[in-house]
Design a protein around this ligand. Structure first.
Ligand code: LLP
Length: 433
């Protein structure tokens, strides 16, 4: 009945997730409220981890792309599940380290890492940097020298694959700010350059073709291109690429029509391609890394809102306002993203009208669901928007000085407050006058 089978209804006709009544949580923690199903997050991590064991004989590692949802509790879960993480900023790295995450399982991404970020990574002894430009590579080399160490580096490569996704989240093509392209030889040249740097150890190559991708073929195509490139680099430059990181990007179900691939199936298909290509090219199968973000946390999260004013503009549109909006979920205003929702206090309510669910920001694009078929909503209803676990909290803002919501993890009928709701005091914490 609901788009995700971890959501059900109880005898009060309330929505339930992780054994917890969502109306009870809304009442206790107030709204808007992010709620994460902890078991689902762990299951998603395990699905990837098991697939690496099954299809690569454990010769690889899952790195949770923590930009999707980063806080102490998430790194704690990733640590307990025995997977690695990718971070893209000093802030994510700091949070992971504060959660006690093992630095030797941390990979550092980003297209413009600063001196301080690189220094923090080197001093913390992270596993590897994924270098994105020559300036950065020189900086890693220099800071490594200053710290008398040699740093592992992978290179972000643009394989030139069309991922068929929103242009803002497509990254595998030559016209992208990320990485080095194969087609104009940049990728080859940077490795040639790096191999002579004293404080750099070239350990691998990386690609990430985009996000929210539903097709298998672009991933297989990227894998084929990366193995060919690896072979060329080995044969012509004598550089043995031991690690291959194929990025993230696997789509999740936001609305009923979405049909994501089953992730282990993707790993199976790509592993087949890798094995075939390596055999054809006569190179060893590399250690394989992958970086799922959205597909680890996206479908495990919901956001609870309280419905406020309802405005029906005759023959135009009906607006239903909720007590959050683009501050806690900017994905409509950024990508015109679509969502599905249900009413937490009337779980069996049938979808009967088309409305636009909007937020409370001073912005016309502040929309959560445009022209969505929903039950007839009343002021005071608790609207449960599905699949908000990824890129909601992590992209949230205080626009209009609205406090960020709290985040609760639920599991086995128990809840754990993982992020407190912001207060007005928090809003002025760094203000001076
Ligand atoms: N690895 C790299 C290098 C990435 O840039 C990303 C996402 C990932 C892994 C994880 O990709 P995922 O499995 O989550 O698709 N804010 C956008 C998504 C931006 C993705 C950025 N990079 C959204 O809300 O749709």
């Amino acid at each position: 009945m609901f788009i995700h089978d971890n959501i059900s209804a109880n005898d009060k006709n309330h929505l339930v997730m992780g054994g917890c009544d969502l109306c009870y949580l809304a009442d206790k923690y107030k709204t808007p409220l992010y709620v994460m199903d902890e078991e689902k997050v762990r299951d998603n991590m395990r699905a990837y981890k098991n697939a690496i064991e099954d299809y690569y004989n454990s010769n690889g590692m899952v790195l949770y792309a923590s930009k999707a949802l980063s806080n102490l509790y998430m790194y704690k879960i990733a640590k307990e599940e025995g997977i690695g993480v990718d971070v893209v900023s000093g802030g994510e790295l700091y949070t992971a380290l504060k959660a006690g995450f093992d630095a030797s399982k941390i990979y550092f991404h980003g297209n413009n890492k600063t001196y301080d970020e690189i220094e923090l990574g080197i001093k913390s002894k992270i596993a590897c940097f994924v270098a994105d430009s020559i300036n950065e590579l020189d900086m890693i080399d220099r800071i490594s020298g200053e710290n008398n160490t040699v740093t592992n580096v992978m290179f972000r490569i643009k394989p030139g694959v069309d991922a068929h996704t929103h242009e803002f989240i497509a990254t595998g093509q030559i016209d992208s700010k990320f990485g080095f392209a194969i087609e104009n030889n940049e990728a080859y040249e940077i490795i040639k350059y790096a191999k002579n740097l004293k404080n750099i150890m070239v350990v691998g190559i990386h690609c990430h073709i985009g996000s929210q991708i539903f097709e298998l073929e672009p991933f297989c195509e990227a894998a084929r291109i990366m193995i060919k490139f690896m072979t060329k680099v080995k044969n012509e430059l004598g550089v043995n690429i031991k690690r291959l990181n194929l990025g993230g990007g696997f789509g999740i179900k936001y609305v009923k029509e979405d049909t994501p691939v089953v992730y282990p199936k993707y790993i199976e298909a790509v592993s087949k391609v890798l094995k075939e290509e390596c055999e054809k090219e006569g190179v060893d199968l590399p250690y394989v890394l992958m970086e799922p973000g959205r597909s680890v946390v996206g479908d495990a999260g919901v956001t609870l809102y309280t419905v406020g004013s309802i405005k029906e503009i005759k023959d135009v549109r009906k607006y239903v306002s909720v007590d959050g909006g683009m501050g806690d979920n900017p994905r409509y205003i950024l990508y015109e993203a679509e969502y599905d929702a249900a009413v937490a206090n009337r779980a069996d309510a049938k979808e009967e009208e088309v409305v636009t669910v909007c937020g409370k920001c001073c912005e016309s694009g502040d929309i959560i669901m445009k022209d969505a078929k929903l039950p007839k909503l009343k002021s005071g209803d608790i609207l449960c928007v599905m699949s908000t676990g990824a890129y909601n909290y992590s992209m949230s803002s205080n626009y209009n000085r609205i406090c960020r919501p709290a985040m609760v993890f639920v599991s086995g009928g128990k809840e754990k407050l993982a992020v407190k709701r912001e207060t007005y005091e928090d809003l002025i914490r760094n203000d001076l006058m």
